[in-house]
Design a protein around this ligand. Structure first.
Ligand SMILES: C[S@@+](CC[C@H](N)C(=O)[O-])C[C@H]1O[C@@H](n2cnc3c(N)ncnc32)[C@H](O)[C@@H]1O
Length: 389
């Protein structure tokens, strides 16, 4: 049964959001390439779901859909293969207590402030924290002579990074540590010898001396604390459940017919190499960015078979999505048509074809020109609506 009023509403929306603020609350706590504009996720949520529903974003990325879901009183499940995406999403969606933020302010920040002003960790009080930080520093000192770290960080920068990272360990809760890790992850790139001209992590042969990172870390952590306080205020009394999982969406750990909507944003084939862009953070936190790249849908971008590999996964993705969506409910995706090995690939058509093969009905496609993005290399983007029949 086709809902004609839904089709009319989709057509009446201006999907450009040219002047919209896209950075409110926690949306901008960490850089992540290829993010949704939050207003797009929000519109899809309003069109396709009701308060109390459960939304799945199985290409979750940095958790934009999840945040918009909780702001609209919807439950949400997010899944991504990339551990960095999972970490950012977790923090972006935290309804955090004052106690956790106080722990960061009173335990971690004083140590890093000392480091910033004196260049040293001051162990004046000989508290158990001092001993613990020293222990963590000893445990992490292998990083100072590690070949990868020596390539990407100048010696003084690296030493300060190891000190900040050791201080994070003194935080008493996992949640406080995750917040600090996001602030830390975001400075790795800026403090590194990677060129700032490209989004790829490319070694800059002419790199200059980099500023020590404690100052940037403090700015980040203060900004995240402020964003999280605002989020806590904005979600006071909300009774929603947000679940964030690391995993492959080709094999969803969810019961059949269990979600009320799928609202998601697949990779535009290999347009954004997520593992490569995040390799400094991934490798610091002990993940293998190359192994991740080969698992991602759209990974191994230099392979001549990149489009074939992507298609095989993407076809399976629609079959898997069909299984977990409830009957008569909707799926929304946004895609652009990228150029791969010199050829424009019609990912919009591919998406419709695979979705129909999996059993979905194609309801409508809206088009946006993407005027609100910095690097508009993709041209138009397609907002595609399906229904499970
Ligand atoms: C376009 S991004 C999503 C961005 C997101 N909308 C946001 O606002 O941050 C696509 C995401 O798909 C993830 N991904 C790619 N292949 C995947 C797979 N097979 N299973 C789960 N996630 C995958 C990537 O790690 C990336 O984070």
């Amino acid at each position: 049964m086709i809902d004609n009023s839904l089709i009319e509403k989709i057509a009446s929306i201006d999907w450009e959001f040219s002047d919209a603020d896209t950075q409110y609350l926690t949306h901008n706590i960490h850089r992540y390439s290829g993010k949704f504009i939050p207003q797009i996720a929000q519109q899809a949520i309003q069109l396709l779901t009701n308060p109390g529903d459960t939304i799945l974003d199985s290409y979750m990325g940095s958790g934009t859909t999840l945040l918009e879901a909780q702001l609209s009183n919807r439950n949400a499940i997010g899944i991504d293969l990339n551990p960095l995406a999972v970490l950012i999403s977790q923090v972006k969606n935290l309804r955090v207590s004052e106690d956790v933020l106080n722990d960061i302010a009173t335990i971690l920040i004083p140590y890093v402030s000392d480091l910033n002003s004196n260049g040293q960790l001051s162990f004046t009080s000989q508290t158990t924290h001092d001993d613990f930080i020293q222990e963590q520093f000893n445990r992490n000192s292998w990083r100072l002579t590690d070949v990868w770290n020596q390539k990407w960080y100048q010696p003084a920068v690296l030493e300060q990074l190891v000190k900040i990272y050791s201080c994070i360990e003194i935080l008493p809760s996992e949640c406080a540590k995750q917040i600090a890790q996001v602030a830390f992850s975001d400075i790795l790139r800026k403090s590194s010898n990677a060129s700032s001209k490209y989004p790829n992590v490319m070694y800059d042969k002419n790199h200059k001396e980099k500023p020590l990172p404690a100052k940037a870390f403090l700015e980040n952590i203060h900004s995240i604390i402020s964003c999280l306080s605002k989020l806590a205020d904005a979600t006071t009394g909300a009774n929603v459940n947000i679940q964030i999982l690391q995993g492959n969406n080709l094999d969803l750990p969810l019961p059949n017919a269990s979600v009320d909507a799928i609202i998601t944003h697949p990779p535009y084939i290999a347009a954004v190499p997520y593992a490569e862009y995040g390799c400094l953070s991934l490798n610091w936190f002990g993940h293998d960015s190359k192994a991740l790249d080969s698992e991602l849908t759209g990974g191994k971008r230099h392979s001549s078979k990149v489009v074939d590999n992507f298609s095989a996964d993407y076809e399976q993705y629609f079959r898997e999505s069909y299984k977990v969506l409830k009957h008569n409910k909707y799926m929304f995706i946004m895609v652009g048509n990228p150029v791969s090995h010199g050829q424009k690939i019609p990912l919009d058509q591919m998406s419709v074809e695979f979705a129909q093969q999996a059993g979905f009905r194609h309801i409508s496609t809206a088009i946006r020109k993407g005027q609100n993005r910095r690097g508009n290399k993709m041209g138009e983007e397609y907002l595609i609506f399906f229904q499970k029949e």
